[in-house]
Design a protein around this ligand. Structure first.
Ligand SMILES: Cc1ncc(COP(=O)(O)O)c(C=O)c1O
Length: 340
C-alpha cells in the first residue's frame, strides 16, 4: 500500500498515484478524505485507505468515493455502520490500535470491548487491522520490538473474537526494510518510494534514488561592491566585488527561510552559496566563482547537475529538519514535470 499523502510527499498526488498503479501498486493510502476524493476525481480506481481521522461531516464523501476509513474511535465506527446500512454489501473499514505512537488508535481495552462483547456491525466489513511504528528508524530496535509485542497481542484479540481480517499492516518504510516481523499482509512505505530514508547509519539501507529535482533559473545578474549588503535586514555584506544571481523562488514556494546565508544551489555544475535572507519568492546566490553564468541558466536546488548533487536530506541537515518536511514543503503551485 503506497503512501501518497501530503501531495505524495510533495511529488504530486495524482501523477504519482497513476505511476504507482501503472507499476503494479494495488492500494494507496492518503491522510484525509479530501486527498482521497482528489485521487478519485483523477480516475484513480484502486482501493484508497484514509489513514487520518474521519469527521462525521465527511462520511457522505467518504462512502460516495469508495474511500476506506481507518477507524480509531468507537463512536465513528457506529456512525459509519449507520451510514453504510442502506448499502447492499458491507462497507470495508480498517481498525487501528494504539501500540506506542501516542497518536490515533483504539486502546487495547477498547479493542477487547468491541471485539469481545459485540458483534461487528453487519453493514461493515472488518477488512484491515493496523497500528503505526514510532521508532522504526531509531538507533535501537527495542521500541519497535515492544510495539510488535503489543500489536501481536492485539491481533490475538481479533482472532479470538472470531474475525478473519484479510489486511493486517504495521510497517512504514524503515519497518519494512529493517523488521521483517512487521510485514504481516501489507506494508505501508512512504518516504522510500521517493528515494529517501532515515535509517540509522548502522543499518544497511536499500539502494535508493531520489525521485524529485527542484529547479529554477537565473532571473537577473548584478555585481555588488565590498560593503554592499544583500536582502532583508542586511545580513550579508560583500567583502569583495561579488557577482549575484537573483532566483525567482522563495519561502512561499517551500524554500526554507533557514537557508538564508547557509544553503547552496547548483549552477553550471558548481555549488554556490545562498547569500542574505531568503525572501517570500526570491533568493540571491553568490556566483562570483561561476563567471560564465547568464540569465536563464538552470539552477538546481534539489537534484544533480554535472558531478554535483544536493538532496532533500542535505537541505534537511542545513535547516534542522528531515527530508520528509523538505519534500512536503514544496508548494503545490510549483509546476511538476514528469519524466518516464
Ligand atoms: C500511518 C502511516 N503509515 C505509513 C506511513 C509512511 O511512513 P514512511 O514515510 O516513514 O514510510 C506514514 C507516514 O507518516 C503514516 O502516517
Amino acid at each position: 500500500m503506497a503512501v501518497v499523502k501530503a501531495n505524495a510527499y510533495g511529488h504530486g498526488a495524482l501523477e504519482t498515484s497513476r505511476a504507482l498503479v501503472q507499476q503494479g501498486v494495488t492500494r494507496l493510502a492518503v491522510f484525509s478524505t479530501e486527498e482521497g476524493v482528489e485521487l478519485r476525481q483523477g480516475d484513480i480506481a484502486v482501493p484508497i485507505v484514509v489513514l487520518g481521522p474521519i469527521f462525521r461531516e465527511q462520511i457522505g464523501d467518504l462512502l460516495a468515493h469508495r474511500l476506506t476509513p481507518v477507524v480509531s474511535d468507537l463512536s465513528m465506527l457506529a456512525a459509519l455502520a449507520d451510514a453504510a446500512r442502506p448499502r447492499s454489501v458491507p462497507y470495508p473499514v480498517h481498525l487501528k490500535v494504539e501500540t506506542g505512537m501516542g497518536r490515533l488508535g483504539l486502546t487495547q481495552e477498547e479493542l477487547e470491548t468491541l471485539l469481545g462483547s459485540q458483534t461487528f456491525s453487519p453493514s461493515l466489513q472488518f477488512e484491515g487491522f493496523m497500528s503505526h511504528l514510532a521508532d522504526s528508524d531509531g538507533v535501537l530496535p527495542d521500541a519497535t520490538e515492544e510495539q510488535l509485542v503489543r500489536f501481536n497481542r492485539a491481533c490475538k484479540v481479533v482472532v479470538d473474537g472470531g474475525h478473519r481480517v484479510p489486511l493486517v499492516h504495521l510497517a512504514n518504510s524503515c519497518g519494512a526494510v529493517r523488521f521483517p516481523s512487521t510485514h504481516f499482509s501489507l506494508v505501508r512505505p512512504g518516504i522510500m518510494l521517493y528515494g529517501y530514508h532515515t535509517l540509522p547509519s548502522a543499518v544497511e539501507s536499500p539502494e535508493l534514488r531520489p525521485v524529485l529535482s527542484l529547479k529554477t533559473c537565473i532571473a537577473q545578474l548584478r555585481t555588488i561592491h565590498p560593503g554592499d549588503t544583500v536582502s532583508y535586514n542586511r545580513t550579508f555584506t560583500a567583502t569583495r566585488p561579488t557577482r549575484l544571481a537573483v532566483l525567482p523562488i522563495g519561502y512561499a514556494d517551500g524554500l526554507n527561510r533557514r537557508l538564508s546565508n547557509c544553503g547552496m544551489v547548483l549552477i553550471r555544475g558548481h555549488r554556490v552559496p545562498i547569500v542574505g535572507r531568503v525572501c517570500m519568492d526570491m533568493v540571491m546566490v553568490d556566483v562570483t566563482t561561476v563567471p560564465d553564468a547568464v540569465v536563464g541558466d538552470e539552477v538546481v536546488l534539489i537534484g544533480r547537475q554535472g558531478s554535483e548533487q544536493i538532496t532533500a536530506q542535505d537541505i534537511g541537515e542545513w535547516t534542522g529538519t528531515i527530508s520528509y518536511e523538505v519534500l512536503c514543503a514544496i508548494s503545490p503551485k510549483i509546476p511538476r514535470r514528469y519524466h518516464s
